[in-house]
Design a protein around this ligand. Structure first.
Ligand code: FES
Length: 104
């Protein structure tokens, strides 16, 4: 697969992640300034949606146990999360967000 259009850029506000599904994969979409990031929505610790977490800049805190991830790299930054989550390539064209879920 290649890039898939998911949202308009103005539909994603900083601090308010959006959940989209691409080919059965749930993806959390984030905005920091004019940058757009996309990671696997499923927390690597247990069953929780990272799009429902608390975003502070480049860090998303899992709503279930408070694990934290860097949305730029997918790396776990705070216990109990220790394994990374997948990150996906994003691009913005004409105000539309595109994500490639095979870019991990
Ligand atoms: S489910 Fe996310 S930290 Fe436990």
């Amino acid at each position: 697969m290649a890039f898939v259009r998911v949202l308009r850029q103005d539909e994603v506000k900083e601090g308010h992640p959006q959940l989209v599904t691409i080919d059965g994969t749930d993806v959390a979409v984030f905005r920091v300034g004019h940058e757009i990031f996309a990671i696997d929505d499923l927390c690597s610790h247990a069953e929780a949606s990272l799009a429902e977490g608390d975003q502070r800049g480049y860090i998303i805190e899992c709503p279930r146990h408070g694990g934290r991830f860097d949305i730029r790299t997918g790396k776990a930054k705070h216990f109990p999360a220790v394994s990374p989550v997948r990150t996906f390539a994003t691009k913005v064209e004409d105000g539309e967000i595109f994500i490639d879920i095979e870019s991990d």
